[in-house]
Write a protein that binds this ligand. Structure first.
Ligand SMILES: CC(C)(COP(=O)(O)OP(=O)(O)OC[C@H]1O[C@@H](n2cnc3c(N)ncnc32)[C@H](O)[C@@H]1OP(=O)(O)O)[C@@H](O)C(=O)NCCC(=O)NCCS
Length: 246
């Protein structure tokens, strides 16, 4: 239940969150902890979440959600009270971050503005990502579904990640694909994420060809000129200089 222990825990978490901002935000190095506490939206959102989560775990009704909602209004960061967040998280710049109900975040993680740890549909149960210790998630990145972002991995700004990411990897793009694992470019046929077959485009091209053929036959039979049909062409070039080249 709630008590002095919970209060002490929240105070410790706040201290660690402030240290995370000082350590990892270059702009915070010259300013004091009080100034960070008073001016950093990400820190405010985390403090509200630490309290809301403690209340949620203590079985308090309504208040955790009300607190999360008020915090979202003020900071632009929405964190579900049930989300599990480890020590020393930095939400840099804050605004636009969404952390879903079953998301789990390890220790020393950094999230930039606009990050979503979201679900992919209406499924219940574990449906949000797990982000392991020391991961860095770039601004605007969308991490969707019950995927796991491995320890120490980096997700590039604006990536859309829907598959597990191994530890110490760098993932970029949409769909997010590894461009570095343990500092090396991934090689081999499975790494060619950018030039996968496109069965939908192939089907449309085949249908379009058949329609054109039928129109030609119809024109021949009736003497009526078929209307000009749109050209179907691939959206992207096939093949690339390097399998992980994107
Ligand atoms: C991904 C990131 C963390 C860099 O990680 P890294 O492991 O040092 O990777 P590198 O810089 O060596 O880049 C690896 C490859 O990914 C590409 N890349 C890097 N970031 C990318 C991104 N966001 N989108 C697409 N491609 C990206 C690089 O061009 C490079 O391509 P190459 O393999 O053809 O050379 C960084 O680019 C990034 O996006 N950080 C987010 C920072 C952020 O959100 N800041 C906001 C502050 S307000």
């Amino acid at each position: 239940m709630l008590g002095l222990g919970t209060l002490t825990r929240v105070a410790r978490e706040l201290r660690e969150d402030l240290t995370a901002a000082q350590d990892r935000d270059p702009a915070a190095r010259g300013i004091g902890r009080l100034e960070i506490l008073l001016t950093y939206g990400g820190v405010h959102a985390l403090l509200a979440h630490r309290v809301a989560h403690a209340l949620h775990e203590g079985g308090v009704p309504v208040v955790p959600h009300a607190l999360a909602s008020a915090s979202r209004t003020v900071t632009g960061v929405e964190i579900h009270p049930a989300a599990r967040i480890g020590r020393a998280l930095l939400i840099d710049h804050g605004s636009g971050v969404v952390i879903g109900e079953t998301a789990e975040i390890g220790d020393d993680v950094t999230l930039y503005q606009g990050v979503t740890l979201g679900g992919t549909g209406f499924a219940r149960g574990k449906r949000h990502p797990t982000v392991e210790d020391e991961a860095v998630i770039g601004s605007g990145a969308k991490l969707l579904g019950p995927i796991r972002i491995g320890r120490g991995s980096k997700v590039g700004a604006n990536s859309v990640v829907i598959h597990d990411v191994p530890p110490n990897a760098t993932v970029v793009g949409n769909p997010g694909h590894p461009v570095r694992v343990d500092g090396k470019r991934p090689v081999g046929p499975d790494a060619d994420w950018a030039h996968l077959p496109d069965p939908v485009a192939d089907a449309i091209r085949s249908l379009s060809g058949r329609v054109a053929e039928l129109e030609a036959l119809l024109a021949e039979a009736t003497g009526r000129k078929p209307p000009h049909s749109a050209e179907v062409r691939p959206l992207r070039r096939r093949g690339g200089s390097h399998p992980a080249g994107g």
